[in-house]
Structures are given as C-alpha cells and as structure tokens.
Design a protein around this ligand. Sequence first.
Ligand code: TYM
Length: 350
Amino acid sequence: MTSSPTSSGNTSSGNTRGRIFSGVQPTGNLHLGNYLGAIRNWVALQDSFESIYCVVDLHAITVAQDPAQLRQSTREVAASLIAAGISPERAIIFNQSQVPQHSQLAWIFSCVARLGWLNRMTQFKEKAGKNRENARVGLYSYPILMAADILAYRATHVPVGEDQKQHLELTRDIAQSFNQAYDVEFFPLPEPQILGSATRVMSLRDGASKMSKSDMSDNSRINLTDDRDQIAQKIRKAKTDPDALPSEEAGLEGRPEAQNLVGIYAALAGSSVGAVLAEFGGMGFGDFKPALADLSVEVLSPIGDNMRSLLENVDHIDHILEGGAARAEAIAAPIIDEVNEIVGFLGRKS
Ligand code: TYM
C-alpha cells in the first residue's frame, strides 16, 4: 500500500530527479536577503529537480494582515519569482491557500509533533517577543504547517536561507516520528539546501541583525522593487567601518558590516569571498561601495523592471497561480489519500 521513497528521492509520481519544495511569505516586498538566500538558488535548481515554489499566504496570517493587501502582496511575490527567472512552465508556482492538502496534513502533524519541539523554536521566541501569552496559536504552530508544506509533496530537497535551518530540523523530526508511529517508511527526511556565500544577508544599517521585511528602516534592505537610484543610494549609505578591506578572508573576522557587503558582492558576482578580496583587498569603502552599487543595479534592477511589467496584467498572474495550484494538488492529493489511509481514516469509496 505505501510506496517508500528511495534515497535518490523517488516519489510516488515516479519522479527520479528528487523533488524540491520551498516557500516565501507574501508579507511585503521581497528583498536582497530573500533573493540571495533562496530565490536565486530556486532559479538555479529548477531544471535539476522537479520544483514546487509556493507563496505561503497561510503562513502570512500568523500575524495580522489587511485582506486586500495580502491579495496584492501574493500577486507581487509571484510576479517577483517569475521576474527573477523561475519558469511557471518548468516549475510549479502557486499560493498555498489554493491547495487544501497543506492544512489537512498540518492537522495530522499537530498530532505527531510535541510541545517541547515547538518550545525550542527560536523564530517563535523572536517574533512573539515578551508578550508570549498574547501570541497567536498559529504563530506558535507555524513550523508544523511548514513541515506539512514540504511533506505533502514528499519533497526531498528544500533550498532556504540559514534562518530556516531549525524549522527544517523539525520537519525531519516530524517525518521520522510519523514513520515510526505508523511503522511505515512513507515520508523522506528532506535535505535543507543552504547554498552560496550569502545564506544570511545582514541589515545594511546593522551588521548584527538579519536583513528583514519587518525592519522599520527601509534603508536596512534592498527591495527587489527598488529602482536604480534607490539601490545605489542604499549601498552608499550602508554602515561600514573605517578600515580598508583585507586581502584574506580571515581579516573580515569581527567586521560584520564589511563581511556582509563582501558576501553580497561575491554572491551577486557569482564569485567567492576570497576572489572578491583578492580584487578589492587594500581598498577602502570609498572605492568598494561604487563597485558594489553598480553590480547590484546591474543584477537587481532588471528583476524590478520585469516584475512591474508582469503586474500590468494581474489576470495573467492569477492564471499562473491557479494553474500551478492545480498541478500542485494533483501531486499532493494522492499523497494525502495515502496518509489518511495510514492514519486509519475511513475515506470515500468513490
Ligand atoms: P521568508 O518568507 O521569511 O523568506 C523566504 C526565503 O528567504 C530566506 N531569507 C534570507 N536568506 C538570507 N538572508 C536573509 N536576510 C534572509 N531573509 C529571508 C529564507 O531563509 C527563506 O528561504 N518559513 C518560511 C517560508 C516557508 C517555507 C516553507 C520555506 C513556509 N513553508 C516550506 C521552505 C519550505 C519563511 O518565512 O520564509
């Protein structure tokens, strides 16, 4: 009854390449951190894997959202993914709420995961802050829905930035625990793919905090919607230290802002930190920042331009998301049918 995934990532659809699932929240503009930590890798991996990329609107409502704004952001994020190079034909792009299997599996996983596991999640602690009693239950159980997202497709690989690592460990714990509880080898243990030299892009205003959509200061991040002038100005204003760049990587130790900007340059150039320092070592930020600004404009501004032109035809975006959702559901539905049977739910006969 239960087909088991093999180490090569075969799944019930007969796919032999392995299957990717990853997601992004529609809670505002995508920024350079999202791009370098995740989306750029999604683009690069879309032909080597069967790829499913999801705009996670169910996750977005774990904090208050204006409904009209949520709809708009969902379209904008979908447009950014396409503008960044994800092909809606080769990959599947859809928004999470259109595929009910995510929520169904999340409930089953809430009956597998343990309170102690969720209590360890650092992102909940950060987001809930001091007022934990007032935090929404959905914010707390957020990582369970994330496990359901991935495992509803029996995905084998999950490209993400470093901040998602703990959530993926929990996903593996849930998969293993389900398999053990029901004595099956049904779910694979998905591999996080944390790739490149910018897996944790830091704020441009503070090298100690992560670049994030929720930072009050817009100068802390480069948005994929920023125009050329905004991009260049934000780099010009980025916090730095007074020293010249070192020639070796070890010299970046204890210099978080320098480390961040060099890491961003390396990632945008498709090069390595060592190679960037070999080129710029000994130069001050007065020379390095204009080079970084030019490179950022060159790589990022076409994405913003593409995105704006895609958004001129909202119906087209909606059509892509609907088609993606139908393809996603065609994969997830038989998997959830099998899960229901494993768990012992009496299903419809026809
Ligand atoms: P989200 O929307 O916060 O971010 C989307 C992706 O961008 C990466 N990222 C970063 N990478 C490097 N530096 C940064 N400053 C930075 N900020 C964000 C994130 O690591 C992520 O890969 N919980 C997820 C969404 C999600 C998901 C999933 C991901 C829901 N279900 C299933 C993978 C698989 C989130 O909030 O990502």
